[in-house]
Design a protein around this ligand. Structure first.
Ligand SMILES: [Zn+2]
Ligand SMILES: [Zn+2]
Length: 224
């Protein structure tokens, strides 16, 4: 990386340093950025903390702290630890179709997503699993209004999926998401080579099939 004038920074010990290694994303607006260095603080033994700011003055202009480790071979070099202070959490925005079917799904999914952004990887999967249950049940309750009590109260989500989902694509992806979601809640993983990414992928697949089904329904209704 080349030295640029922007990287010249003063510290709490009265030196001037050059920073070369920066976070690539603003924790507030999540744009790809080259942050502006403001001040460097030498903290506990080998750690330093840089106060940086987002260069997008018009839309963001927020300061944040980036965590650095001092290089052992060169006391004037600082290695970014891939960690910054928290800004605004990313929010997954769902289509109007999904928001209308299940506002609760969107809320729980985003709570799990915040846990994931906090690196709480052992618990966010359970949150995604709960979100899935709301999505499936709300989707089915809208279709089977006379069976809403039965669908809502049945704790066996797999049975609900099997008994009520008629679209094979939705049934298939919801089942896989359900299996992987259960893995997130149990002591022993059944699907050793699958992880959180796969669970989210199957949730997205279920969503996409539900959206397709809803779009097909409303397009056809317009032409009847
Ligand atoms: Zn210094
Ligand atoms: Zn920003």
């Amino acid at each position: 990386m080349t030295k640029n004038d922007n990287s010249n920074i003063s510290c709490n010990k009265g030196h001037r340093h050059f920073l070369f290694d920066f976070p690539k994303e603003c924790p507030h607006c999540h744009s790809k950025i080259q942050p502006i260095p403001i001040f460097l603080y030498h903290g506990r033994v080998e750690f330093s903390y840089a106060l940086l700011s987002c260069p997008d003055e018009k839309n963001c202009n927020m300061p944040f702290i980036a965590f650095y480790k001092n290089a052992q071979h060169d006391h004037n070099q600082f290695i970014f630890q891939n960690q910054t202070s928290f800004g605004r959490f990313k929010n997954k925005d769902f289509s109007e179709i999904i928001k209308n079917i299940s506002p609760k799904f969107c809320q729980i999914y985003n709570e799990a997503y915040i846990a994931e952004q906090h690196d709480l990887l052992e618990i966010c999967g359970v949150g995604y699993r709960k979100a899935l249950e709301f999505l499936i049940k709300d989707y089915l309750i809208l279709q089977f209004t006379d069976k809403s009590e039965q669908i809502a109260n049945d704790h066996r989500l797999q049975k609900v999926i099997n008994d009520f989902i008629t679209n094979d694509n939705i049934k298939n992806s919801a089942t896989k998401a359900f299996w992987l979601g259960n893995d997130e809640a149990h002591y022993v993983r059944k699907w050793q080579n699958k992880d959180l990414k796969d669970l989210k992928q199957f949730i997205y697949l279920s969503i996409s099939w539900i959206e397709l089904e809803e779009q097909t329904k409303s397009m056809n209704a317009e032409m009847n």
